[in-house]
Write a protein that binds this ligand. Structure first.
Ligand code: SF4
Ligand code: SF4
Length: 195
Protein backbone atom coordinates (compact mmCIF):
# COMPACT_ATOMS: atom_id res chain seq x y z
CA UNK A 1 0.00 0.00 0.00
CA UNK A 2 1.35 3.37 -0.99
CA UNK A 3 1.33 6.53 1.11
CA UNK A 4 -1.78 7.74 -0.75
CA UNK A 5 -3.79 4.62 0.18
CA UNK A 6 -2.57 4.80 3.77
CA UNK A 7 -3.76 8.41 4.14
CA UNK A 8 -7.07 7.52 2.46
CA UNK A 9 -7.70 4.76 5.01
CA UNK A 10 -6.96 7.11 7.91
CA UNK A 11 -9.33 9.74 6.56
CA UNK A 12 -12.07 7.12 6.00
CA UNK A 13 -11.67 5.81 9.57
CA UNK A 14 -11.94 9.32 10.99
CA UNK A 15 -15.04 10.12 8.89
CA UNK A 16 -16.93 6.89 9.77
CA UNK A 17 -16.07 7.27 13.46
CA UNK A 18 -17.34 10.84 13.37
CA UNK A 19 -20.59 9.66 11.73
CA UNK A 20 -21.13 7.04 14.44
CA UNK A 21 -20.35 9.50 17.23
CA UNK A 22 -22.79 12.01 15.74
CA UNK A 23 -25.63 9.45 16.02
CA UNK A 24 -24.56 8.49 19.56
CA UNK A 25 -24.44 12.15 20.58
CA UNK A 26 -27.89 12.84 19.09
CA UNK A 27 -29.51 10.07 21.17
CA UNK A 28 -27.42 11.05 24.18
CA UNK A 29 -28.61 14.68 24.30
CA UNK A 30 -32.27 13.90 23.59
CA UNK A 31 -33.49 11.66 26.43
CA UNK A 32 -37.10 11.79 25.19
CA UNK A 33 -36.20 9.67 22.23
CA UNK A 34 -36.09 6.19 23.74
CA UNK A 35 -34.28 3.54 21.79
CA UNK A 36 -34.01 0.91 24.50
CA UNK A 37 -36.52 -1.03 26.59
CA UNK A 38 -36.20 -2.14 30.19
CA UNK A 39 -35.92 -5.83 29.27
CA UNK A 40 -37.14 -8.23 30.60
CA UNK A 41 -39.89 -6.10 32.21
CA UNK A 42 -40.57 -4.55 28.80
CA UNK A 43 -40.47 -6.23 25.42
CA UNK A 44 -40.80 -5.22 21.80
CA UNK A 45 -44.04 -6.32 20.21
CA UNK A 46 -43.56 -9.49 18.18
CA UNK A 47 -44.29 -8.83 14.49
CA UNK A 48 -46.99 -10.86 12.75
CA UNK A 49 -45.62 -14.02 11.17
CA UNK A 50 -42.64 -14.14 13.51
CA UNK A 51 -41.04 -17.58 13.59
CA UNK A 52 -40.18 -18.39 17.18
CA UNK A 53 -39.70 -21.76 18.87
CA UNK A 54 -41.70 -24.61 17.39
CA UNK A 55 -44.59 -26.31 19.17
CA UNK A 56 -46.23 -29.57 18.16
CA UNK A 57 -49.74 -30.41 19.34
CA UNK A 58 -49.07 -34.13 19.70
CA UNK A 59 -52.78 -34.94 20.01
CA UNK A 60 -53.30 -33.71 16.45
CA UNK A 61 -50.00 -34.99 15.03
CA UNK A 62 -50.48 -38.04 12.78
CA UNK A 63 -46.83 -39.20 12.85
CA UNK A 64 -46.66 -38.81 9.06
CA UNK A 65 -42.93 -37.84 9.24
CA UNK A 66 -43.31 -35.11 6.58
CA UNK A 67 -41.65 -32.56 8.89
CA UNK A 68 -38.73 -34.91 9.54
CA UNK A 69 -38.16 -35.47 5.83
CA UNK A 70 -38.36 -31.80 4.85
CA UNK A 71 -36.10 -30.36 7.59
CA UNK A 72 -32.85 -29.27 5.91
CA UNK A 73 -30.78 -29.63 9.08
CA UNK A 74 -32.31 -32.85 10.47
CA UNK A 75 -33.24 -31.36 13.78
CA UNK A 76 -36.61 -33.16 14.14
CA UNK A 77 -36.78 -36.79 15.22
CA UNK A 78 -39.81 -38.92 15.94
CA UNK A 79 -40.66 -42.50 16.77
CA UNK A 80 -44.07 -44.01 16.11
CA UNK A 81 -45.61 -47.48 16.25
CA UNK A 82 -48.81 -48.86 14.76
CA UNK A 83 -51.51 -49.32 17.36
CA UNK A 84 -54.21 -51.96 17.74
CA UNK A 85 -56.64 -49.75 15.80
CA UNK A 86 -54.11 -49.51 12.91
CA UNK A 87 -53.43 -45.83 13.68
CA UNK A 88 -49.88 -44.63 14.36
CA UNK A 89 -49.04 -43.88 17.99
CA UNK A 90 -46.36 -41.26 18.65
CA UNK A 91 -43.72 -42.63 21.01
CA UNK A 92 -41.40 -39.62 20.88
CA UNK A 93 -41.20 -36.27 19.10
CA UNK A 94 -38.14 -34.07 19.63
CA UNK A 95 -36.91 -30.84 18.08
CA UNK A 96 -33.36 -29.62 18.61
CA UNK A 97 -33.91 -25.87 18.64
CA UNK A 98 -30.17 -25.37 18.98
CA UNK A 99 -29.87 -26.54 15.36
CA UNK A 100 -33.18 -25.25 14.01
CA UNK A 101 -32.79 -22.32 11.61
CA UNK A 102 -36.48 -21.33 11.76
CA UNK A 103 -37.01 -21.73 8.03
CA UNK A 104 -40.64 -22.77 8.59
CA UNK A 105 -40.61 -25.63 6.03
CA UNK A 106 -41.79 -28.18 8.59
CA UNK A 107 -44.76 -25.98 9.50
CA UNK A 108 -45.64 -25.54 5.82
CA UNK A 109 -45.80 -29.26 5.07
CA UNK A 110 -47.56 -30.44 8.25
CA UNK A 111 -50.90 -31.84 6.97
CA UNK A 112 -52.98 -31.41 10.17
CA UNK A 113 -51.18 -28.13 11.02
CA UNK A 114 -50.27 -29.48 14.43
CA UNK A 115 -46.77 -28.01 14.14
CA UNK A 116 -46.57 -24.24 14.58
CA UNK A 117 -44.09 -21.49 15.29
CA UNK A 118 -44.72 -19.72 18.58
CA UNK A 119 -43.55 -16.23 19.54
CA UNK A 120 -41.04 -17.73 22.02
CA UNK A 121 -37.41 -16.79 21.57
CA UNK A 122 -35.88 -16.77 25.06
CA UNK A 123 -33.88 -19.75 26.19
CA UNK A 124 -30.46 -19.81 27.78
CA UNK A 125 -28.53 -22.95 28.50
CA UNK A 126 -25.04 -24.14 29.24
CA UNK A 127 -25.71 -27.53 27.65
CA UNK A 128 -26.72 -28.22 24.05
CA UNK A 129 -28.76 -31.20 25.26
CA UNK A 130 -31.10 -28.83 27.10
CA UNK A 131 -31.99 -27.22 23.78
CA UNK A 132 -33.79 -30.37 22.64
CA UNK A 133 -37.54 -29.96 23.14
CA UNK A 134 -39.38 -33.19 24.03
CA UNK A 135 -43.06 -33.10 23.18
CA UNK A 136 -44.06 -36.59 24.39
CA UNK A 137 -43.70 -36.62 28.16
CA UNK A 138 -43.93 -40.41 28.56
CA UNK A 139 -40.93 -42.66 28.00
CA UNK A 140 -40.77 -43.95 24.40
CA UNK A 141 -39.87 -47.51 25.45
CA UNK A 142 -42.88 -47.66 27.78
CA UNK A 143 -45.22 -46.41 25.06
CA UNK A 144 -43.87 -48.98 22.60
CA UNK A 145 -44.23 -51.80 25.14
CA UNK A 146 -47.80 -50.73 25.98
CA UNK A 147 -48.80 -50.55 22.32
CA UNK A 148 -47.21 -53.95 21.63
CA UNK A 149 -49.26 -55.41 24.51
CA UNK A 150 -52.45 -53.83 23.17
CA UNK A 151 -51.74 -55.16 19.66
CA UNK A 152 -51.13 -58.67 21.03
CA UNK A 153 -54.33 -58.53 23.13
CA UNK A 154 -56.36 -57.34 20.16
CA UNK A 155 -54.92 -60.12 17.98
CA UNK A 156 -55.73 -62.73 20.65
CA UNK A 157 -59.27 -61.39 20.97
CA UNK A 158 -59.76 -61.44 17.21
CA UNK A 159 -58.48 -65.02 17.03
CA UNK A 160 -60.85 -66.05 19.85
CA UNK A 161 -63.78 -64.35 18.16
CA UNK A 162 -62.98 -66.07 14.87
CA UNK A 163 -62.74 -69.44 16.66
CA UNK A 164 -66.07 -68.87 18.44
CA UNK A 165 -67.73 -67.87 15.18
CA UNK A 166 -66.41 -71.02 13.49
CA UNK A 167 -67.65 -73.20 16.37
CA UNK A 168 -71.08 -71.56 16.26
CA UNK A 169 -71.27 -72.16 12.53
CA UNK A 170 -70.35 -75.82 12.96
CA UNK A 171 -72.94 -76.25 15.75
CA UNK A 172 -75.58 -74.60 13.57
CA UNK A 173 -74.83 -77.06 10.78
CA UNK A 174 -75.17 -80.13 13.01
CA UNK A 175 -78.40 -78.87 14.65
CA UNK A 176 -80.29 -78.62 11.32
CA UNK A 177 -83.56 -80.72 11.40
CA UNK A 178 -83.43 -83.93 9.26
CA UNK A 179 -85.07 -83.70 5.88
CA UNK A 180 -88.55 -85.38 5.80
CA UNK A 181 -88.58 -88.93 4.31
CA UNK A 182 -90.02 -89.25 0.81
CA UNK A 183 -93.78 -90.14 0.96
CA UNK A 184 -95.81 -92.47 -1.35
CA UNK A 185 -95.66 -91.51 -5.03
CA UNK A 186 -98.33 -89.09 -6.10
CA UNK A 187 -101.11 -90.56 -8.28
CA UNK A 188 -100.95 -89.66 -11.98
CA UNK A 189 -103.26 -86.82 -13.02
CA UNK A 190 -106.80 -87.90 -13.97
CA UNK A 191 -107.44 -88.03 -17.72
CA UNK A 192 -110.52 -86.35 -19.12
CA UNK A 193 -113.11 -88.62 -20.73
CA UNK A 194 -114.18 -87.63 -24.21
CA UNK A 195 -117.89 -88.28 -25.01
S1 SF4 B 1 -38.02 -24.58 11.06
FE1 SF4 B 1 -36.71 -25.43 9.44
S2 SF4 B 1 -34.82 -25.99 10.46
FE2 SF4 B 1 -36.37 -25.69 12.07
S3 SF4 B 1 -37.21 -27.72 12.42
FE3 SF4 B 1 -38.51 -26.74 10.89
S4 SF4 B 1 -37.66 -27.40 8.91
FE4 SF4 B 1 -36.10 -27.80 10.48
S1 SF4 C 1 -45.74 -33.17 9.61
FE1 SF4 C 1 -47.14 -32.64 11.28
S2 SF4 C 1 -48.46 -34.44 11.47
FE2 SF4 C 1 -46.67 -35.07 10.30
S3 SF4 C 1 -45.25 -35.91 11.86
FE3 SF4 C 1 -44.72 -33.73 11.55
S4 SF4 C 1 -45.87 -32.65 13.12
FE4 SF4 C 1 -46.77 -34.66 12.96
Amino acid sequence: MGLKGYIHDIVEAVVTTAKGMRITARYGVDPKEEVTLQYPEERWEIPQGYRGFLHNDIKACTSCTMCVKVCPVDCISLEAVRGADKKMVLASYDIDIGRCMYCGLCVEVCPPKSLKHTSGYEMASVSRGELVLHFVPEDAAEIKARVARQVAEAAAKAAEAAKAAEAAKAAEGSAEPPKPAAGPPEPPPATEKKE
